[in-house]
Design a protein around this ligand. Structure first.
Ligand SMILES: [Zn+2]
Length: 44
């Protein structure tokens, strides 16, 4: 059920950047294990 799916994601631990430990927003999940800050560094 839809409610169970929401509860499942609510219970997930917050994702953290593997480089600086910054909390990663869910919408950035597709980028991997780095926060936006570190991603910008990689791009440069
Ligand atoms: Zn970072």
């Amino acid at each position: 059920m839809l409610t169970n799916v929401v509860d499942f994601f609510k219970n997930l631990p917050a994702k953290k950047c593997s480089k600086c430990g910054e909390k990663i927003e869910e919408q950035h999940e597709c980028y991997g294990n780095h926060c936006e800050n570190c991603l910008n560094t990689y791009k440069g």
